[in-house]
Design a protein around this ligand. Structure first.
Ligand code: GUN
Length: 284
């Protein structure tokens, strides 16, 4: 069994980005990411902090807009419109989940698709589906880059994605399909997930449930990608896979932490750099 080391690959990508940003700076282009955080969700606040620190490491300006839980939808929409127009801002990210009284879809559709570094706007989602260039959500993009770095091709392979969220499961399924995989997506209504995973060459788990994938559910030699992030009662960060039992049975596996997480950060930075480059090109 080999570990898919997202921490090391993430650092390598960050170094490349840092270099490219230095070059852009010489042309007076300063990539800037605006991050909006509404409410007091503790994990969200910690993710935003991590994203902002990563921006700092590579030389991307990050502007954090913290707003109280009772922020109105109208106010949030106005802020996004303002950032859409701001020529200094290349990327806009609204941290999810949003409070219940705000229509998340409406918010995501208001972000200028050209600044949508999360890739959550329906235009970018649609482009991903048909294989056109656009912004691809950071986590699934990070997963694909991690597989690529280890020369693990999904072409012609059986891939199972567990979890069908708009943020991870659905875009990941599209990327795998575009890469030539046969893809099954399991979700909350799937009667017997193991029926699918037992036949899978690759299993991707993005549910957020400790111990969801067990050794009995997988084929010998499968590649396992754990996208879950959970906190145990003791405060440790663990994924969705029963790592100690699954690891000896598989060929490759992502650790948690240190697998997909750092890749998500690195690809968000890549998307922000890509956006800054696109805007610079348009100005020429
Ligand atoms: N909440 C959980 N994951 C994400 C993400 O990738 N982007 C945003 N904006 N919110 C999230």
């Amino acid at each position: 069994m080999k570990l898919l080391d997202g921490k090391t690959l993430g650092s390598t990508i960050e170094e490349q980005i840092k270099q490219e940003i230095r070059e852009l700076n010489q042309n007076f282009i300063y990539p800037t990411l605006a991050v909006i955080l509404v409410g007091n969700d503790a994990p969200s606040a910690s993710y935003v902090k991590m994203k902002s620190k990563a921006c700092e490491r590579v030389g991307i300006n990050s502007l954090i807009f913290g707003m109280p839980e009772n922020t109105s939808e109208e106010f949030l929409l106005q802020k996004i419109e303002e950032l859409n127009k701001d020529l200094k801002v290349h990327g806009i990210l609204v941290q999810l989940p949003l409070p219940q009284h705000i229509n998340t879809q409406k918010i995501l559709e208001t972000i200028d698709p050209q600044k949508d570094v999360d890739g959550f706007h329906p235009l970018n989602m649609g482009k991903l589906m048909v294989g056109l260039d656009g912004f691809i959500p950071a986590t699934p993009l990070g997963v694909m880059q991690l597989l690529e770095a280890y020369h693990l091709s999904v072409r012609g392979k059986n891939c199972v994605v567990i979890g069908a969220s708009n943020i991870v499961g659905k875009p990941l399924a599209s990327l795998l399909l575009n890469a030539g995989a046969t893809v099954s997506v399991c979700h909350i209504l799937t009667k017997d997930v193991s029926l699918f995973t037992k036949e899978a060459d690759f299993v991707f788990v993005a549910v957020g449930k400790i111990g969801l994938l067990t050794a009995e559910m997988i084929k010998e030699g499968a590649v396992i990608v754990d996208i879950g992030i959970n906190r145990t009662n003791e405060g440790a960060i663990v994924g969705d896979v029963e790592f100690d039992f699954v690891a000896p049975k598989c060929s490759f596996i992502t650790p948690v932490p240190g697998g997909v997480g750092p890749m998500t950060i690195a690809t968000l930075l890549q998307n922000t750099l890509k956006s800054a480059r696109n805007f610079a090109k348009d100005m020429k």
